[in-house]
Design a protein around this ligand. Structure first.
Ligand code: C5P
Ligand code: MG
Length: 275
């Protein structure tokens, strides 16, 4: 924590206002899902699609090549967001074009999720169930693939009615074959635009000026930009990768930084206190 007293005061203020004034806005990949498990990286929603059921070997190879080029850029502490922006658009656009060429079938997505290495963070059930029980809206704001994300939380039995999702959704033709992606592309560094155009209009989030925000990327900090007249905003950043290079920036940007923490323990403790 950069400023422990600010964190404490924000949590006290949130507790005084109660669950009825709170909304939770969270990133998905590597925030609600684990970064690694037993020393191996856990699949992101895009990487769950890397399954022979859905894509061929050539597509796997091309997607991995793109990941090897663009992921280091995404997390590079020495480059500015302005510099990264066009490169992220390039990455997402190329991957989505590859996926469309593969004629992915909607009816096979659930099986690909079941066969994948994806895992929500330890304590996820307490987190999702607690928010649902107190009717606190959870906005999941993801630059991943919405259809896959939904299936992950459905298979983990936490797709409760208080969950709202903004993400990249697949557009299937009448035979259930992928033909495009819907709406405006969401990547790591344009969540502000999505927040203003989508989140700001969600009725369930109105009148809740206190925000608990969870993310793993600096781009996630803009996810609350659509909240009108925010009062108390507490941001928690999961620092998973390039820890030493990024620690200072993260501490200067998020209120709380969790280093290589694969659990929901801290968000759960804060929520338990607030309610
Ligand atoms: O849910 P979230 O916004 O975190 O999803 C985006 C993440 O997915 C990025 O952090 C990026 O590293 C990852 N990604 C990926 N493969 C892609 C594009 C993005 O693993 N083709
Ligand atoms: Mg993420």
């Amino acid at each position: 924590m950069r400023e422990r007293s600010r964190v404490e005061e924000t949590i006290y203020a949130m507790q005084r206002a109660g669950a009825g004034s709170l909304q939770v806005i969270s990133d998905f990949d590597m925030t609600l899902t684990r970064f690694a498990h037993n020393g191996k990286r856990v699949a992101t929603t895009h990487n769950i699609l890397d399954n022979r059921l859905l894509i061929n070997e050539d597509c796997t190879k091309k997607m991995r090549e793109l990941l090897n080029i663009y992921y280091p850029i995404e997390i590079d502490a020495s480059r500015s967001v302005e510099e990264k922006l066009p490169l992220m658009v390039e990455w997402w656009t190329k991957v989505h074009e590859l996926l469309i060429q593969q004629k992915i079938r909607k009816d096979l997505l659930a099986q690909a999720v079941r066969e994948s290495s994806t895992m929500l963070r330890d304590g996820y059930k307490v987190f999702f169930d607690g928010l649902a029980e107190h009717q606190v809206p959870l906005l999941i704001f993801s630059a991943g693939v919405g259809d896959v994300l939904e299936e992950v939380i459905r298979q983990n039995h936490v797709f409760h009615p208080n969950v709202h999702i903004i993400s990249n959704y697949m557009d299937f033709d009448h035979t259930g074959v992928l033909r495009a992606f819907k709406g405006q592309l969401i990547h790591t560094f344009n969540k502000r635009e999505g927040a203003l155009s989508h989140a700001a209009g969600l009725r369930e989030l109105q009148g809740r000026p206190n925000v608990l925000l969870l993310g793993d990327s600096l781009g996630d900090l803009t996810m609350a930009d659509g909240v009108s007249e925010p009062q108390n905003v507490l941001t928690i950043g999961f620092l998973n990768d390039q820890v030493e290079e990024r620690k200072e920036t993260y501490i200067n940007s998020f209120d709380i930084v969790l280093v290589k923490d694969e659990t929901m323990d801290v968000p759960n403790a804060i929520f338990r206190y607030i309610t």
